[in-house]
Structures are given as structure tokens and as C-alpha cells.
Design a protein around this ligand. Structure first.
Ligand code: SF4
Length: 397
């Protein structure tokens, strides 16, 4: 990806997106944390509109970690929808006061733009189903183009990185190459990325990290990474542990009706086909469902690859080194494995794309707005002595 002073780098999916409003199957006015920034809160509080004043008094709460950006949370109704959503699905504030009175979150979602030294990188959150369709289903969604004429409103920039390390571009480019792979399946590509991160995590300065990237390319050229993957022992115990955690942490689905619906189907299928006296025969499950999962990967496996590329592009993972880098990889891989469980269990011919978009966007809506879940899942896996970097990588077998 080329860079120049204040270049705007557009991924193709960003250009292709527009909100589908009333036709949306999982509207953003429901099922998640709707945050209000301090400035907007004060405007609502002093508004001449009694509906807005009432909302600030009776239907907002204070987040546990309050910031100016996340100053209040809107309390959702019992059906998980926003109290400001009209019966026809439109927004009361947008209809009566226009876009200028929307909170920063509502104004920008699902756009999430980053500013790095010399360039602006616009992106979209995978938690919006229409954005997920654009990102996952188009094999060329993660192609980039620069536009020297483009202007991005400063209000859209959610994070700014002023001290980008010298190795950042080359390291992220190598990470992209690891995931782009050649003929490998998505699991193996994420495994290769784990091998790159393992090399980089041991180095501290930019020169050494660039040398680690060269070592990675040499290993790939020598087919060493393919051999490592072929010879890795599948971590069945780790997968069984994750499945148990998935079944027990039901609060993860709070307010997320779409994910809750998939989860219920998942539980019913498990109980019906693989449950014995309250436990699951993990090896039988994985062997049995592979025949359903393989055609899904053949049809839309590029969607999982795009999900990895989107994470490398959007998150701050390539700014990290050492243990932080490995922990970030572990959390993403755990999310990937949970998504894979649902896809394995629910894949049916004729519905692969719909299922991929449904699972990835709804899982992202819960996981990306509740980072603690993946962190605690990782901590728990480490506590059970199943979460070293090598063990996390072997979950991908
Ligand atoms: S979730 Fe996405 S497509 Fe749906 S209403 Fe919100 S922005 Fe529009």
C-alpha cells in the first residue's frame, strides 16, 4: 500500500457501502451499546424538545468507564431496541432534528476511520450486516486505492496514531501477505500469520522486526510453514474447552437477538446429534460436520480471509510487539474459532453466504463492543494451560 502526505487510502468495500435503512435485517438502533458523547448529552438535556429532555433523565445510564466520547448509554427497551426508534424503524432524532443532533456514534456508524502519520484510512465496522456483506462476499473487497482529492470529515476519525514505528508499513504488509497466502485454506493462513507474529514478538527494535519479516518470507519460500501446519497436532482438548465456554457464557448474547437465534439452533443441533449424558463427543462432532463445512469454505472461504485482512487493516495489531502482539492474535483467533464452530454446525447447502454474513456480523456486534469477553476467554484458556501461542495456533488444525 503506497503512502504519501495525508493520502486517503480507500478499501473497495468502503466505496461500495451505503446504509440500507428500513431493509436492514439487524438495524443498528438495536442489540448493542448505543453511546452518547458529552456534547450531545448536554444539548439533549437543554433541548426545547421534551422527548429529548426526558431521554436524558429517564432512559440513559452512566457507563462503567465514562469518557467524553462514551458519556452516557441509552437504556434499550425490553425487545433490545432503542427508545428513540420510530415504529417504522426510522430514528426520532434524525426525523425531527436532522443529522446534526445525532450523537457522534450514531452519526458515524458503521464508519471507523483512522489517522496515521501522513495518511487517513477509512473503514467500516463488521458489526453492520450490510458492511459485512460488502467486506466478506466480494473477493476484491480488500483491494486499495488512494485518492489525493478525497476529503474525510474530521468528525469521522475515531483514532489517531502520531508515533507510528518505522517498521509498521513493512510489518503490516508482511502480515497481509501471510494471510493472502497461495493455495492454503483460511485456517492455515491464520496459522502462518501466527508464525510471523511469533518471529516478530521476540524482537524489540525496528531493524530486528524487519529481519524477522525477511525470515518469514524465506520460511514460506522453503515451504517450511506448510510443513509446520501439516505436522501440527490438532488441539482437540482446547477446542472442547472453548466449546464449553461458549455454552456457559450466555450473557455474551445480551441484547443480541440475531446471535442468540443462531446460538439456540447451535445448541439444539449439538444436543440432538452429539450430546451424550450432558457432554459432547468433540472428535465425532468435528469429523461429522467437516463434510458440511468444506463446501462452505469452497463457496465463500475468501470471506474468512477478508475478515483477517480487515482486522489487520482496521485494528492496531501491527503497532504491537512482544506479549501484547501474541495476546491480540490469541483473542482474534478465539473469535475466529467461535465463528468456525457456528459455521461448522449450521452450514447447509444454498445458505452459505447468508450464514457467513449473519454469524460474522452478529458475533462482531457482541465481541467488538465487549472486548472483555475475548480477553476473559483468553485468560481462562491460559489458566487451563491450553492457551500458549503454540496451543492457540494448533486450534487451527
Ligand atoms: S446496521 Fe448498517 S445497514 Fe443496518 S441500519 Fe445500521 S448502518 Fe444501516
Amino acid at each position: 500500500m503506497p503512502a504519501s502526505q495525508n493520502q486517503v487510502l480507500y478499501p473497495k468495500f468502503y466505496r461500495d457501502f451505503s446504509c440500507i435503512g428500513p431493509n436492514c435485517e439487524h438495524h443498528c438502533c438495536q442489540s448493542w451499546r448505543i453511546t452518547i458523547d458529552k456534547k450531545t448529552y448536554k444539548i439533549y438535556k437543554k433541548s426545547t424538545d421534551p422527548v429529548l429532555r426526558d431521554i436524558t433523565r429517564n432512559q440513559m445510564s452512566r457507563p462503567r468507564q465514562q469518557t467524553d466520547h462514551e458519556y452516557r448509554l441509552i437504556n434499550l427497551k425490553s425487545d433490545s431496541s432503542c427508545p428513540l426508534q420510530n415504529k417504522d424503524g426510522t430514528c426520532y432524532i434524525h426525523c425531527n432534528h436532522g443529522e446534526k443532533l445525532l450523537s457522534a456514534t450514531c452519526k458515524t456508524y458503521p464508519r471507523q476511520t483512522k489517522s496515521l502519520t501522513g495518511k487517513i484510512e477509512p473503514s467500516l465496522s463488521l458489526s453492520c450486516p450490510e458492511a459485512a456483506r460488502k467486506i466478506l462476499l466480494d473477493p476484491s473487497a480488500m483491494m486499495f486505492e488512494t485518492d489525493p482529492e478525497a476529503k474525510i470529515e474530521s468528525g469521522l476519525i475515531l483514532s489517531t496514531y502520531n508515533n507510528v514505528p518505522d517498521h509498521f508499513d513493512a510489518f503490516r504488509q508482511t502480515a497481509f501477505q501471510a494471510v493472502l497466502g497461495e493455495e492454503e485454506c483460511p485456517d492455515e493462513r491464520l496459522f502462518h500469520l501466527g508464525a510471523l507474529f511469533s518471529l516478530v514478538a521476540k524482537r524489540e527494535n525496528s531493524g530486528d522486526i524487519l529481519a524477522a519479516c525477511q525470515t518469514f518470507f524465506q520460511m514460506r519460500e522453503d515451504k517450511l510453514l506448510n510443513r509446520m501446519y501439516a505436522e501440527a497436532t490438532p488441539n482437540i482438548k482446547g477446542q472442547a474447552h472453548l466449546l464449553k465456554q461458549l455454552m456457559e457464557k450466555l450473557q455474551f448474547f445480551k441484547h443480541n437477538k440475531v446471535l442468540e437465534g443462531y446460538h439456540q439452533q447451535f445448541v439444539d443441533n449439538l444436543k440432538e446429534k452429539f450430546g451424550e449424558h450432558g457432554s459432547v463427543n468433540m472428535e465425532q462432532l468435528l469429523a461429522d460436520r467437516q463434510q458440511h463445512y468444506t463446501p462452505l469454505i469452497e463457496d465463500c472461504g475468501h470471506g474468512l480471509v477478508n475478515m483477517m485482512l480487515h482486522w489487520l487493516y482496521t485494528s492496531d495489531i501491527c503497532h504491537k510487539t512482544g506479549e501484547e502482539l501474541l495476546a491480540g492474535y490469541a483473542e482474534f483467533t478465539l473469535k475466529y474459532i467461535l465463528i468456525r464452530f457456528y459455521l461448522q454446525m449450521l452450514a447447509e447447502p444454498g445458505h452459505y453466504k447468508e450464514l457467513l454474513v449473519g454469524i460474522v456480523h452478529s458475533m462482531s456486534r457482541s465481541a467488538d463492543h465487549n472486548q472483555e469477553y475475548l480477553k476473559s476467554l483468553h485468560a481462562n484458556t491460559v489458566l487451563m494451560k491450553l492457551g500458549s501461542h503454540a496451543q492457540i495456533m494448533s486450534l487451527l488444525k
